[in-house]
Design a protein around this ligand. Structure first.
Ligand code: ADP
Length: 160
């Protein structure tokens, strides 16, 4: 059985937390589709293409990972890709309510869709893309919290 999981998210930008989750998921699933969600309600820092390029650089050539983008409902994307597994991360209790709502709504929209939650390494639990964006905007050094290619891209966005 070929288990294909979809890991949807904004990845604006990808962090070491996202990378940690992807590595853990590769131990559980045969194929992973890392899917950048195009959200019309969000004004992203990085374009979809920039986010996909950063993700590809971090996982250079791993044949078990595919990078894609999607707009509209995750349930429809999952159906189109013949996947019934959604991967999401839980960092803290504060993530739970939103993630729980999403999982329930997705199941309502696609009865076979299961959401699997993974927790990252403990030293990555506080990391979020928004924290990285804010820190980088004001010139903080984010090396070690993101892939070097992401750190370079942030320096280009926010020249000090
Ligand atoms: P979204 O806008 O869909 O929440 P994100 O890119 O912020 O997109 O997050 C995508 C998924 O990755 C979410 O399930 C989030 O909880 C998880 N995630 C983000 N950062 C981390 C981290 N440091 N550790 C574990 N999971 C994380």
């Amino acid at each position: 059985m070929n288990r294909i999981a979809i890991y949807p998210g904004s990845f604006d930008p990808p962090t070491r937390g996202h990378e940690d989750l992807i590595r853990r998921a590769l131990g559980m699933f045969d194929q992973l589709i890392v899917a950048v969600a195009i959200n019309p309600n969000k004004e992203p820092l990085f374009s979809v293409d920039e986010r996909l390029a950063m993700l590809r650089t971090a996982f250079d050539g791993n044949p078990r990972i595919e990078f894609a983008s999607f707009s509209g409902l995750l349930a429809d994307f999952a159906r189109a890709r013949q996947s019934t597994i959604v991967l999401r991360g839980l960092r803290a209790v504060s993530d739970f309510e939103y993630e729980f709502q999403m999982a329930m709504m997705n199941r309502r929209l696609h009865g076979e869709l299961e959401t699997v939650f993974l927790v990252p390494a403990v030293d990555l639990t506080y990391l979020s893309s928004s924290l990285i964006r804010e820190a980088a905007r004001f010139g903080a050094n984010v090396d070690g919290l993101v892939h070097p290619a992401v750190a370079d891209a942030l320096r280009r966005k926010f020249p000090q």
